[in-house]
Design a binder for this molecule. Structure first.
Ligand code: PLP
Length: 382
């Protein structure tokens, strides 16, 4: 038997309380009991998204479904949108916008750069008829955190332009003040900070985004936001919901409320810092730039002379610790440690211990224990 540890940026570990809630016998979704589950999920997600003004809609879909819903509900073919990205997931937004025939301009940054809000401001000044700005808050492929608060301040001045934020690995890991920052549409997926298995997407819709919805003529059926909003008035959903996941979500939200959103974010910041310091103490180089590092995932350069794919597979096969490799151009060149959702101090220690043992076995020269020691210093507050 080998004990297994899931240390990826999604899917992430699920607490036993949530797993047990999901294992209950199936219930019918058109019942008062399930209406309460829907209500608890929506109210709880409003708390997590830090919004009172926006509606929160829940789909049986992965995060990408939430992204696609934002495009089809806010725009019409030919609408001018600006997509700014610095990684694989931001690029997906460009692909979705183009599939639906939007007039898409891209502000593309390197994966080790942060999106510069001044570039967005400049674009909007020259293109005041822009209908949407799309940004990824926490870019999971690169670990870069983009300043969506600053982008919110810019987009606020354009009454017909909505700000769409992919916070799929942001929510529950970094601060995301939906109302205060003027974020019109924010989305997350269940398999991330919400501590659930994959299968749910949650999307916020501000009053400004509802105005965009009224103008939008793109075809929509399953993801038609109005259907969900109308049904929410009766605490129900237009189609059969992912019943077990919703029951699990209500339980996960209970745990999140108990801890408190500020404390959850502070825990993630502390764990991310411990992971970063541990890796640096091993002589490894962090991938994301110092001015924009998120709390959900730590991408690290594979050191010279080490086979990056072997590093990831040795950690998993020999030590039972699953981390993620790099994507696209960075496959085999970086590895990514997730610390998002149901994570505590010793998850970081275990991951660093497995990393040290793997590096040692692969012939990397360092003093075993130095990474763990540095992480412990952070976790002890020293
Ligand atoms: C930032 C970001 N956006 C979008 C996605 C896509 O979500 P999904 O795989 O649930 O469709 C992910 C998944 O990892 C992500 O991290």
């Amino acid at each position: 038997m080998q004990k297994k540890y899931l240390m990826t940026p999604g899917p992430t570990s699920v607490p036993s309380e949530v797993l047990l809630a999901q294992a209950r016998p199936m219930v019918h979704h058109r019942t008062p009991d399930f209406n309460k589950v829907v209500r608890d999920c929506v109210e709880g997600l409003k708390y997590v998204f830090q919004t009172e003004q926006s509606d929160v809609l829940i789909f049986a879909a992965s995060g990408t479904g939430g992204m696609e819903s934002a495009v089809v509900n806010c725009f019409s073919a030919g609408d001018k949108v600006l997509v700014s990205y610095n990684g694989k997931f931001g690029q997906r937004m460009e692909q979705i916008a183009k599939v639906y025939g939007l007039d898409t301009t891209v502000l593309e940054y390197g994966w080790q750069q942060v999106v510069d809000p001044a570039d967005i401001a400049g674009f909007l000044k020259e293109n005041p008829d822009t209908k949407g700005v799309i940004v990824t808050q926490s870019e999971t492929s690169s670990g870069v955190l983009n300043d969506v608060e600053a982008v919110g301040r810019i987009v606020k001045d354009y009454p017909e332009c909505v700000l769409i934020v992919d916070s799929i690995t942001g929510i529950g890991a970094v601060d995301c003040k939906t109302d205060e920052w003027g974020l019109d549409v924010v989305m997350t997926g269940s398999q991330k900070g919400l501590m659930l298995p994959p299968g749910l997407a949650a999307v916020t819709v501000s009053p400004k985004a509802w105005k965009a919805y009224e103008r939008s003529t793109l075809p929509k059926y399953y993801f038609d936001w109005k259907k969900y909003k109308k049904n929410l008035e009766q605490d129900t959903t237009p189609f059969t919901p992912a019943v077990s996941l919703m029951i699990g979500l209500a339980e996960a939200i209970k745990l999140m409320r108990e801890e408190g959103i500020e404390n959850i974010i502070a825990r993630h910041a502390r764990l991310a810092e411990a992971c970063r310091k541990g890796c640096e103490a091993l002589g490894l180089e962090l991938f994301a730039p110092a001015e924009g590092r998120g709390n959900a995932v730590t991408p690290v350069w594979v050191p010279e002379g080490i086979d990056g794919k072997k590093l990831v597979s040795t950690m998993k096969n020999k030590h039972g610790v699953t981390i993620a490799g790099g994507q696209d151009d960075y496959a085999g060149r970086i590895f990514r440690v997730g610390h998002l959702g149901y994570f505590g101090d010793f998850d970081i220690i275990i991951t660093l211990a497995a990393l040290e043992m793997t590096l040692f076995e692969l012939g990397y020269a360092f003093e075993p224990g130095t990474g763990i020691k540095a992480a412990e210093h952070v976790l002890l507050g020293k």
